[in-house]
Design a protein around this ligand. Structure first.
Ligand code: PGA
Length: 250
């Protein structure tokens, strides 16, 4: 049985005091869940969040990292830096980073390898645009992104990689993929992994859905056969709402 991983992606939101307040509110609400609870916070909130999440079941993640250890990369943060303060998860290749900051399949692959080498838990995002879906290219896009992200990894590393399928047209728009479409697309991703790494690996990889997940649709999405939880943007900013999503199955 694959575990459900429910991860919040705060994007560029919340100051440290707000992060600490959020964790204080969320802690009692999710303490009994069997699901993995993660919040991916801005760099400036990481340390405060880690301190406040100590002794709880809330895991802390970053939203990006560089693939080099150190050097002349002004404004960047390395995986080693994340690891050094105890960060556990890291989002790699979010569509906003691909669209606005020049993230490519190649940099995603480099970052993923580095994260795994450091034993950070990567959440790698893939997903098609509306134009691509309407042109019938969604399968080709997501399977190619998946293959290129995972290139050069061994079976064990692939099993440790979480994939988030996030159709770009569903992010922050209030438009959610239907549960059937989301499940079908995630099955395509799983089939692609099976082709390269075999059935055992494909069956064990956690693949989330992301894009306008909220408490009102979390249950129907997460109960689908191949959807192993979600990457949640807007609805993860409110502790009560996010707790409802985490507790979709109670
Ligand atoms: P959303 O964002 O839930 O606000 O649509 C999801 C994401 O970008 O990870």
């Amino acid at each position: 049985m694959r575990k459900k991983v429910i991860a919040g992606n705060w994007k560029m939101n919340k100051l440290p005091n707000e992060a600490m307040e959020f964790i204080a509110e969320l802690t009692p609400l999710v303490k009994d869940t069997e699901n993995e609870v993660v919040i991916c916070v801005p760099y400036t909130d990481l340390f405060y969040s880690l301190m406040h999440a100590q002794g709880t079941n809330i895991k802390i993640g970053a939203q990006n990292m560089h693939y080099e250890e150190k050097g002349a990369f002004t404004g960047e943060v390395s995986g080693e830096m994340l690891k050094s303060i105890g960060v556990e998860y890291v989002i790699i290749g979010h569509s906003e980073r691909r669209a606005y900051y020049g993230e490519t399949d190649e940099t995603v692959n480099k970052k993923l390898k580095k994260a795994l080498a450091l034993e950070l838990k990567p959440i790698v995002c893939v997903g098609e645009s509306l134009e691509e879906r309407e042109a019938g290219k969604a399968k080709e896009i997501v399977t190619t992104q998946t293959k290129l992200a995972l290139e050069g990894l061994n079976n064990n590393e692939v099993e440790k990689t979480i994939i988030a399928y996030e159709p770009i047209w569903a992010i922050g728009t209030g438009k959610t993929a239907t549960k059937e479409d989301a499940n079908e697309t995630i099955k395509w991703i799983r089939e692609e992994i099976e082709k390269i790494y075999g059935k055992e690996v494909a069956d064990s990889v956690i693949i989330q859905y992301g894009g306008s997940v909220k408490s009102g649709n979390a249950k129907e999405l997460f109960e689908m056969s191949d959807i192993d939880g979600g990457l949640v943007g807007g609805a993860s900013l409110d502790s009560t709402e996010f707790a409802k999503i985490v507790n979709y199955n109670v």
